[in-house]
Design a binder for this molecule. Structure first.
Ligand SMILES: [Cu+2]
Length: 276
């Protein structure tokens, strides 16, 4: 399914820009003698490629792009075949390169990186035959907004493969024996949702990854508040049917309560996402 060329070009340019940025950050451009590494640079940056290994406490190891953003597989794809569709193109930008040699692997990425030609003429990166995508609503490293969406989009475990034709090995992909265990809300595809009903927060303790926006919905017949014990956030009076959102950028355990009904308490546990 063809899309207007300017959009494709902008994605490709963005991907190329990210690659160049990494090369520059790593001070390893083939054409330029490597100067002394900047003291502020993390040691692992130099090992970065276009596809890298991320590590999450709950989800385990997963693939991430040069910018650290999560990469996903689409279970409706098959070996070396991206399934075109308007919804796919809008919400799931493929990981594109201008040349197959741009598909470089970061430290610890042991699968085979290759490329396929998409119907719109662009070149998409594959991992063990699996076409790779970003999720449009992920904005930074450690965002897992696409995980489990519609039961067909999953983070890519390092062991994932399409060698047999169908795609297996997405993290928590249904029916995949290699799925990593997870108790986190991220695996449900509806991260960060708390319902208020019957004078209680459910779940009472919610575990999310760093950077997740948690949304409370008051399904009760009366007003409540979502008020942080440490004062860092406060919904004020939340009337029936209303929602409140709070982003949790840093790891930690955050307790909150309803100031109208002080026996109503809850906790958001924010799990750190390892840097690359
Ligand atoms: Cu209340």
């Amino acid at each position: 399914m063809q899309r207007p060329e300017p959009r494709s070009r902008s994605i490709r340019t963005a991907a190329l820009g990210a690659t160049l940025a990494v090369v520059l950050a790593a001070c390893s451009s083939a054409a330029t003698p490597a100067p002394t590494a900047a003291p502020s640079a993390a040691p692992t940056v130099a090992a970065k490629g276009l596809v890298n290994l991320g590590q999450d406490a709950k989800l385990g190891a997963y693939l991430a792009g040069a910018d650290g953003k999560s990469l996903y597989l689409f279970t409706k794809d098959s070996k070396d075949k991206s399934t075109p569709g308007a919804n796919v193109i809008v919400n799931w930008p493929p990981l594109l390169v201008t040349s197959a040699t741009d598909a470089t692997a970061g430290a610890g990425v042991t699968g085979t990186l290759a490329t396929i030609k998409r119907d719109d003429g662009t070149t998409q990166v594959t991992y063990n035959g699996i076409p790779l995508y970003y999720f449009a609503k992920d904005t930074k490293a450690g965002d897992f907004g696409g995980q489990g969406v519609s039961g067909v989009w999953f983070l890519v475990a390092p062991t994932a493969t399409a060698a047999s034709g169908t795609i297996v090995g997405g993290i928590n992909q249904t029916g995949t024996p290699t799925a990593a265990p997870s108790a986190g809300a991220q695996a449900t595809g509806a991260p960060g949702a708390v319902t208020i009903a019957n004078l209680a927060f459910a779940p009472g303790t919610l575990s999310v990854a760093e950077g997740t926006t948690v949304k409370w919905t008051n399904n009760d017949g009366e007003a409540h508040t979502v008020t942080a014990t440490n004062g860092s956030f406060d919904s004020k009076n939340l009337d029936p049917g209303k929602t409140f959102e709070q982003k949790f950028a840093t790891a930690g355990s955050f307790t909150y309560m309803c100031t109208i009904h002080p026996t109503m308490t809850g906790t958001v546990t924010v799990v750190a996402v390892a840097a690359y």
